[in-house]
Design a protein around this ligand. Structure first.
Ligand code: NDP
Length: 386
């Protein structure tokens, strides 16, 4: 029998992190949790640490470090506080794989540190590839580290590729649910509320990605993520709206054949596949029943109403640090939307404003990305809605 894969879960208390722990719990012989991290949710991190007995935990918010340390003092668990500790713990020698399930730009530094230490990456944190895809994929190649997609669309594409050897991809088709506002006009979108945007029809996710899904920025970020994961040109990536979220994405090959991966919208499937790859482990997840889905439908996305998708394509086309600008502007836009400081459509205006004003760098280094992120966040915070 193989020894269990030793894993770190960055963002263990979130939507992906908690589902990953359910997968681990269902397969105690396949996985062993070595590291768990959270930002603010000390209570859940403590109870996860008590249940899974990892070697180390990190609470990124240093104010909460004493709480976590004291609660776990009677156990042989190393407790760390602060973001810098994330970069340290991913390098523990016994780790095989790091699941990056934290949100946003914060994922970049620990992911790069894990790759440098030779750890395989189960990548949920798509923002890492949006910000610095070229740098991160080159680093992974140099260290012979696998970037295993967790995002359901990218997992679908990844699952369509085994057996294809060197057969080139002609194009991929990323499916999008369309979110809660599918079919709405710009005029109607002008009046939507935060509560409506936080209600996704098919997926139960963290707040940031839920807003990204409502604005279709999520699909824009996924286009950029797919470009880097599968080494594609922008023209090879198509987005199609599929409201039932059953066909998770498709790959078209040079003979015109299309392969797809299907299943109920349940993130535990792609999470488990990324953790257990290249094996498939059995699961008790509910099975898809064609009888319950008599019609699967597909439509073109409306990039006029959902301008964020067009902005993401534009940023990718421009290249350099433009996707990094897009990402930082979007992170601030979502945070300000959640604080009622900008409207739903105002998020796109803010992002377009940052793309116009932030300094463009054609061949960015890591330091350039850090500077771009800082500059864009300043611009985005200073942005005054019209
Ligand atoms: P959540 O908001 O539910 O969870 C985020 C996790 O990361 C929490 O553990 C949180 O800690 C921690 N965290 C947040 N910000 C920071 C930070 N700055 N530093 C350190 N830790 C931090 O997010 P999701 O699970 O929804 O999403 C995680 C990632 O996965 C995102 O990149 C998202 O785009 C991607 N993804 C998510 C999907 C989903 O179904 N949820 C689907 C596909 C991709 P705390 O709880 O303490 O705040």
């Amino acid at each position: 029998m193989q020894s269990p894969k030793k894993i770190a879960i960055l963002g263990a208390t979130g939507s992906i992190g908690t589902q990953a722990l359910e997968v681990v719990q269902a397969h105690p012989d396949a996985f062993e949790v070595v590291v768990l991290t959270a930002q603010n949710n000390a209570a859940l991190l403590i109870s996860q640490a008590l249940a899974f007995q990892p070697k180390a935990v990190v609470i990124a918010n240093t104010d909460l470090y004493p709480t976590v340390r004291d609660a776990l003092a009677h156990l042989p668990i190393q407790v760390y506080g602060g973001m810098e500790a994330l970069v340290e713990v991913v390098q523990l020698p016994e780790l095989d794989l790091v699941l990056t399930a934290l949100v946003g730009y914060a994922g970049l530094a620990p992911t790069m540190a894990a790759i440098r230490a030779g750890k395989h990456i189960a990548l949920a944190n798509k923002e890492t590839l949006v910000v610095a895809g070229e740098l991160v994929t080159a680093l992974a190649q140099a260290h012979q580290v696998a970037l295993l997609p967790v995002d359901s669309e990218h997992s679908a594409i990844f699952q369509c590729l085994p057996g294809e050897g060197q057969n080139p991809i002609e194009k991929i088709i990323l499916t999008a649910s369309g979110g809660p506002f599918r079919g709405k006009t710009r005029q109607e979108l002008a009046a939507v509320s935060k509560a409506q945007a936080l209600k996704h029809p098919n997926w139960d996710m963290g707040a940031k990605i839920t807003i990204d899904s409502a604005s279709m920025m999520n699909k824009g970020l996924e286009v950029i993520e797919a470009k880097w994961l599968f080494d594609l040109r922008l023209e090879q990536i198509e987005v199609v709206v599929h409201p039932q979220s059953i066909v998770h994405s498709l790959v078209q090959f040079e003979d015109g054949s299309i392969k797809a991966q299907l299943g109920l919208p349940d993130m535990k499937i792609p999470i488990q596949y990324a953790l257990s790859y290249p094996r498939r482990l059995p699961s008790a997840f509910p099975r898809f029943d064609f009888g319950l889905y008599p019609s699967l439908t597909f439509e073109k996305p409306d990039t006029e109403a959902f301008r964020n998708l067009a902005l993401a394509f534009e940023a990718m086309q421009r290249g350099g640090n433009a996707p990094c600008i897009l990402n930082a502007a979007n992170e601030v836009a979502v945070a300000r939307f959640l604080k009622d400081e900008v409207s739903f459509l105002g998020m796109s205006d803010l992002i377009a404003d940052c793309l116009a004003k932030a300094s463009f760098v054609a061949k960015p280094s890591y330091e350039d990305y850090v500077a771009t992120d800082e500059q864009t966040r300043r611009l985005a915070q200073a942005y005054k809605p019209q």
